[in-house]
Design a protein around this ligand. Structure first.
Ligand code: SF4
Ligand code: SF4
Length: 158
């Protein structure tokens, strides 16, 4: 994953400053949680792991043993055998919604996704909520989500 950046110069606005079209299709989609588009990582910080463990009524060591894998010096939620996120419930969505990790909250406003119009259009192949003449998310909200997402990277680097 990348830190927040755009292709705009120092004095120009990012391409998404006037907003982008996006509206999540909700649990009936779930493509970003299921294995439909392939395997992936759901990165979790220690704080996020503790939050999910608390929601599930587990001690942190019970939670990590059952639901977390180490990838290099980072941690990800595990997947089911069909590559769904371990907490994804078909047609219902996230089984730990209130404690879901930051990357799940900020998607699709990740730096690598909103970096250019082309990267945004490419992500539309993965997410049916992108660029379908759906309501426009204001540029200020996109910027806010990028800031939240950037903090995720610093959390993982602690
Ligand atoms: S893939 Fe996009 S539309 Fe589907 S659940 Fe995820 S964010 Fe929503
Ligand atoms: S934790 Fe929840 S929101 Fe995040 S990928 Fe898994 S099921 Fe989806």
């Amino acid at each position: 994953m990348l830190t927040a950046m755009t292709d705009a110069g120092p004095d120009s606005k990012p391409w998404h400053s006037d907003g982008v079209h996006f509206r999540c299709k909700g649990p009936e989609c779930g493509d970003c949680c299921s294995g439909k588009k392939g395997s992936g990582y759901v990165w979790v910080s220690e704080t996020e792991m503790r939050a999910i463990a608390t929601q599930l009524g587990l001690e942190i060591c019970q939670f990590t043993t059952k639901y977390v894998r180490q990838v290099g010096n980072r941690y990800s939620l595990i997947e089911k055998s069909n590559q769904d996120c371990i907490f994804y419930i078909k047609d219902k969505g996230c089984g730990v919604y209130d404690a879901r990790p930051t990357q799940c909250r900020t998607y699709p406003f990740w730096p690598e996704v909103v970096r250019t119009p082309e990267s945004w259009a490419l992500e539309a192949l993965q997410c049916p909520g992108i660029d379908k003449e759906e309501p426009r998310v204001p540029g200020e909200e996109v910027a806010k989500q990028l800031v939240i997402d950037a903090k995720r990277f610093s959390m993982h680097r602690e």
